[in-house]
Unconditional design. Structure first.
Length: 182
């Protein structure tokens, strides 16, 4: 275990099972789709989960990526998500799957939903690895959530603090003294 973590909350094995469950749920939802859905990863946090989920799916999907930032190097969301890199593909008249690492305050998810539906998407489905309802500022939720967590600051498997810890193969709680340094 990384020395900066209090404890591990999800092992590699537990993550793999959650990925399989999320992929199966998406396969069921889109089994009768006329065209392949567009699966979007919000970089950088969701990239590991996204890749694992779309590879585990039996349903064909088109891939695309966006970068949306609301944290920077802080431990708290700014509440104002900024699109840093936009999609290459059109979402018009498409079923869109947004694959997220975590739904926290709801600001990013709300911004993404408004943006995608505003561009004419046929549907907008959200799958997230983690849901943190205790921190929700807006009344929005994912369609499928693998795991609900409390108000801990977690890192690993794509989740970061100041661009560190993303490559850990598990998810753990970051020690408070790491992100409360002044």
């Amino acid at each position: 275990m990384n020395k900066d973590l209090e404890r591990i909350v999800l092992s590699e094995k537990e993550i793999a099972q959650m990925v399989k469950s999320a992929a199966a749920w998406l396969d069921e939802k889109f089994k009768n789709a006329d065209t392949p859905p567009l699966a979007i990863s919000v970089l950088k946090g969701s990239v590991f989960f996204y890749c694992d989920v779309v590879r585990a799916m039996q349903t064909s999907v088109q891939l695309d990526f966006m970068t949306v930032s609301s944290y920077g190097n802080a431990a708290e969301s700014s509440g104002v998500p900024k699109i840093v890199m936009d999609l290459a593909a059109s979402v018009y008249d498409r079923d869109v799957i947004l694959v997220e690492d975590i739904v926290d305050s709801g600001h990013t998810l709300s911004r993404m939903k408004d943006l995608i539906l505003g561009r004419g998407a046929k549907s907008f489905t959200v799958v997230t690895l983690f849901d943190k309802p205790s921190r929700r500022k807006l009344p929005i939720q994912a369609d499928y959530s693998c795991c609900e967590i409390g108000d801990e600051f977690i890192v690993g498997y794509g989740l970061d603090y100041a661009q560190q810890y993303r490559s850990l193969p598990y998810v753990g709680i970051l020690k408070r003294e790491i992100y409360e340094k002044k």
